[in-house]
Design a protein around this ligand. Structure first.
Ligand SMILES: Nc1ncnc2c1ncn2[C@@H]1O[C@H](COP(=O)(O)OP(=O)(O)O)[C@@H](O)[C@H]1O
Ligand SMILES: [Mg+2]
Length: 255
């Protein structure tokens, strides 16, 4: 059987009508045809040694490109976020990490700081870029021609909120599909909130955040480090006080 034949029925695709406009699914008359010697062994073409799907895709033309948005606060980006970004970059043609400019939340890092950290971290992924948005996520996704939204699920506790949000987003924009991914198990307990608390309490962030992020956290919470790295202007800035919970302190609860 030749590579361009239907593997189930063995039939050839219908002949192209020369009077009709070129149909990218069928080669136009006159274009080079695959040689009849291209035989299929399993799912692989014996001559080109490419998977059959690849040859069918060549015959059909490029498939639709999937652009996905990965929205979130990323305050700051953690290894859990990066785990998801890496998985998403393999699945989608283009992945846009969208930082929500949320005026209600009082973030630790400004949007510009978060963007800078993320941009440094996504550099190895050529199909990933960082952007910021406010307002409705579905409107933003439409504006960048995304058809998918990537969200992470760490534990069952994430599920209820994420489910509600996915359903609401579907109602607001049915053309947008939410895709959930799970991180590596070693990041399944990791959140930006915990990272902020550990940093404030002076604990180790090894293997939880990239080195650059750990450094920026130290600068935020250690005034001496702020003088060292950012000068007096930055040191004078006020940052939100985080409640230190029992998770990071073994002693008494903070009053
Ligand atoms: N450790 C992690 N592993 C996998 N996904 C994560 C992790 N931390 C956060 N996420 C996911 O990344 C997305 C953005 O999270 P976050 O930055 O906290 O923003 P948001 O304010 O939208 O919760 C969410 O879908 C969240 O579930
Ligand atoms: Mg969150």
């Amino acid at each position: 059987m030749a590579c361009w034949q239907n593997p189930r029925t063995g039939k050839e695709p219908p002949k192209a009508n020369p009077r009709r406009r070129a149909d990218p699914r069928h080669p136009a008359p006159g274009l080079p045809q695959p040689a009849a010697t291209h035989k299929i062994i399993g799912n692989v073409c014996a001559v080109t040694e490419r998977p059959l799907a690849h040859n069918l895709q060549l015959a059909r033309g490029p498939l639709k490109q999937i652009i996905a948005v990965y929205p979130g606060s990323f305050d700051p980006v953690t290894n859990g976020h990066l785990d998801l970004i890496e998985r998403g970059s393999k699945m989608f043609h283009q992945l846009i990490v969208g930082i929500l400019r949320n005026r209600e939340k009082q973030p630790l890092f400004s949007v510009a700081e978060r963007r800078k950290m993320l941009e440094e971290m996504v550099q190895p992924f050529k199909n990933v870029r960082v952007d910021t948005f406010d307002g409705m996520m579905v409107d933003y996704a439409m504006s960048v021609h995304a058809t998918a939204v990537l969200r992470g699920i760490r534990a069952i506790s994430d599920y209820e909120y994420e489910f509600q949000m996915a359903m609401m987003n579907r109602k607001l924009q049915p053309a947008l599909e939410t895709i959930f991914m799970m991180p590596s198990v070693r990041y399944s307990f990791l959140s930006s909130r915990l990272v902020r608390e550990i940093a404030q309490a002076g604990g180790s962030l090894k293997e939880l955040v990239p080195d650059i992020v750990e450094e920026r956290l130290r600068q935020k919470f250690d005034p001496a480090a702020r003088f060292e790295h950012g000068g007096a202007a930055r040191a004078g800035r006020q940052h939100r006080k985080q409640p230190v919970t029992k998770i990071v302190t073994t002693g008494k609860k903070a009053k």
